[in-house]
Every structure is written in C-alpha cells, then in structure tokens.
Design a protein around this ligand. Sequence first.
Ligand code: DGL
Length: 270
Amino acid sequence: MAVGVFDSGLGGLTVLQALTRRLPDVPFVYYGDNAHAPYGTRTPDEIFALTCAGVERLWAEGCDLVILACNTASAAALKRMQETWVPPDKRVLGVFVPLIEALTERQWGDNSPPREVDVKHVALFATPATVSSRAFQRELAFRAIGVDVEAQPCGGVVDAIEAGDEMLAEALVRSHVEALKRRMPHPQAAVLGCTHYPLMEKVFAEALGPGVKVFSQAALVAESLADYLTRRPEFVGPGREAKFLTTGDARAVSDRATQFLRLPIRFEAA
Ligand code: DGL
C-alpha cells in the first residue's frame, strides 16, 4: 500500500514529514533526483524527461500514486504528463492545487467559478522554471479574481541547500525577499513555492516582517492526500516498504538530509 513522493532533491522531505505525520500507516517511498538537481534552471523538456524517469522508478516500487512534491516538476511537467503519459491505472498529483485552494479559502475539489477573495497581494517565491511557467497564476485564475501576484525567481537557494551551505542560503533568501519588496512593498501573503524553502521558512518570515501570512505546502498537501485516499483508496499501490531512494551519492545525500531535518535518514541508490 505504498505511495511515492518525488522531488528533485532534498526539499521534498519537508512534504514527506507532513505526509508521514498525517498518514502514519501509509509506507511512503521517497525519490530524490539529487544527481540532476536543481531542476529550477532546466528546460521544460528536461524537467519532463527527468520527472517521468523518477515516477517510473516509483511505479516499480509498487507506488501506483505518486505525489510530485517538487513545485518545479508540478509547474513544468505535470500537465503534460497527465495529458500524454500517465496510464489510466496510475495517478500523478502535484502540489500547487492544495496550496491555491487554501489561499483562496476553498474546500478540496470546489469547482465553482472564480470569485473575489480576501488576499489581494501575493508574493510568490519559487525557482526560475516555476516562475516562468506561470502555472501558479494559471491555477489561481481558475479560482480567484483580482489577486495581484508578484513572483520572485529565487536563483541559487536550492543549490546552496543541496550543497549544505545554510549561511549562503540565508543570505540569498534575504536578498530575494528584498528584491520582491521593492516591487511589492506590502504583500499580504507569501507563498513558498518550492519544497526546499520551508527549510528556510524562519528566514523568509523574518525578512518579510510581521503581518505577512506565509503559506508553505507540506501540511496542505498532506491534508489533500488524506482526503484523496479516502475517496480513491484503489490508488494506494501494492508496495509495502517505506524507503528513501536517490540518484545521487547515497552517503552524502543521507548526511545532508540528516543535517537539514535533524533526523537520521538513510538513502539508498535508486
Ligand atoms: N524542490 C523543487 C521545487 O519544489 C525544485 C528545486 C530545484 O530542483 O530547483 O521547486
């Protein structure tokens, strides 16, 4: 009954933590494509090919349902995967929709027309590929009207996190927040649209200042998956064992994961 969790690297562990907390009986198989991270500076074709390869590996582990914890893959590849590639007996779900549903105060699966919402000025922090896909704005437009989104491509942050350089990651986060605030001085809400960024959530919140509600995805995605599995239990696959797979150097990735999450985690080669 395993479920797969895909990410370009370590960032998806923030989502995995929330998933295991919310669904303690489900074994999750995590796949981090550390050898090819960061995805945020890759082309949509590259992101599509790499994401499909990772999802196939998770299907081989008995995970009929795979969550793309990676926003960049969700933004640049998911639509094409769902429309052209995923067979009918499998599911691949992304992380944008739960977040946007929370931001627009909708119930899961509410398909009513877009309407005005309280939050009018939203700051989006994401990778360059996610920002240029405009997937967030597209999904938001289906649900809300009159929301001004200012997006900041946060170059370098994922590389610094993957390299284990917390000080550089912090400095980069502060400068990206400053850059965004020059264009939108008073955002009401900020979306951390990359799974790596919750590892820097405190720094984002501090740099944004009080009064800005910071939305991060992990808990929202967990709630949405719990809801999905009660409606579609047939998509819990036949796999039994939780594990951590990486395309990178298993020892180095394990050390970095342990450093960031402050929990012992052991990856094996994918
Ligand atoms: N962690 C991924 C995301 O959520 C992508 C980071 C990257 O590989 O650039 O966007």
